[in-house]
Design a protein around this ligand. Structure first.
Ligand SMILES: Cc1cc2nc3c(=O)[nH]c(=O)nc-3n(C[C@H](O)[C@H](O)[C@H](O)COP(=O)(O)OP(=O)(O)OC[C@H]3O[C@@H](n4cnc5c(N)ncnc54)[C@H](O)[C@@H]3O)c2cc1C
Length: 244
């Protein structure tokens, strides 16, 4: 089963120029599986003060069948953390052209959105991080993947050798993480991976970012370094010039 809840903003924290972390209440019926737990958010349309939520067991079918005048806007995000009823999501802000980014910029305590997330016994597990036995792990992501990378690194056993590459829009978006990070500002993520002196031995890669960056990193690792593309996570989190 999947839970569809109306979540209410309890707290909004501006972490840095490009990131806002929002705590929502009303999420007791969902259970994050941790790591890079994917969820859907459902946003009200202009003129509505709350989204009309598809609450039947076939929430997706119901959502698809809604008339466009009421169907909420759906986007994909990551649960940054969960503490019982409370769920945190970190939004990468990229202006007001995207409804999710605009919503997060304007969010205040009391604002509401819908969240579609996993229940404890869920078929909708939606965790892409699945490492095996390897000598080291590689994490590569842009601003949209930084919430997931932060969560992944917080639970990574200290014994795991990790190399981490993150691209952020602004120098002041650099943050403390549990591992050393190679930061790039405003571009250059794939090039940073390409020019790095990566360790020898077997590796598991988790790569999530804008689609063209993911493609470049995947080509480098799989074509030039011979890694098996099916054995890693390569995930286009968004595509330049296209809404989700
Ligand atoms: C599994 C998964 C997990 C994700 N987790 C998160 C998360 O935790 N936090 C998060 O912030 N995002 C996350 N994303 C990315 C997020 O879904 C996209 O950035 C989405 O496009 C945002 O929706 P929007 O309504 O703001 O913009 P849209 O309406 O989808 O797009 C509007 C325009 O903005 C562009 N755009 C989208 N994102 C960005 C960006 N970051 N920078 C610059 N331009 C952009 C699009 O190309 C388009 O031209 C995740 C995506 C996936 C697939």
């Amino acid at each position: 089963m999947t839970a569809v809840v109306e979540a209410t903003v309890m707290q909004v924290r501006q972490l840095s120029p490009s990131f806002v972390r929002i705590t929502f209440a009303g999420c007791a019926s969902m259970t994050s599986h941790g790591y890079d737990q994917r969820i859907k958010i459902l946003l009200a349309l202009p003129g509505q003060d709350r989204p009309v939520l598809p609450l039947s067991s076939d929430w997706y079918g119901e959502w698809c069948a809604m008339p466009s005048a009421v169907r909420p806007i759906m986007r994909t995000f990551t649960i940054r953390s969960q503490d019982g009823d409370l769920v945190d999501i970190e939004f990468a802000l990229h202006g007001d052209a995207g409804p999710a980014s605009a919503w997060a910029r304007a969010a205040r305590p009391g604002s509401v959105l819908g969240i579609v997330g996993p229940t404890p016994d869920d078929d909708f597990r939606a965790v892409q991080y699945e490492p095996g036995e390897h000598d080291w792990q590689l994490f590569v992501g842009d601003d949209t993947a930084l919430p997931a990378i932060s969560s992944l690194l917080e639970t990574l056993p200290a014994s795991v050798d990790a190399r981490v590459f993150v691209q952020i829009p602004h120098q002041r978006d650099i943050r403390e993480l549990p591992r050393d990070v190679t930061w790039t500002v405003g571009g250059g993520l794939a090039e940073a991976v390409r020019s790095a002196d990566l360790p020898a031995g077997t590796a598991y890669a988790w790569v999530a970012a804008e689609a063209a960056i993911v493609r470049d990193v995947r080509r480098y690792l799989c074509r030039e370094r011979g890694w098996d593309s099916k054995a890693h996570c390569f995930s286009g989190y968004w595509k330049a010039g296209e809404t989700e």
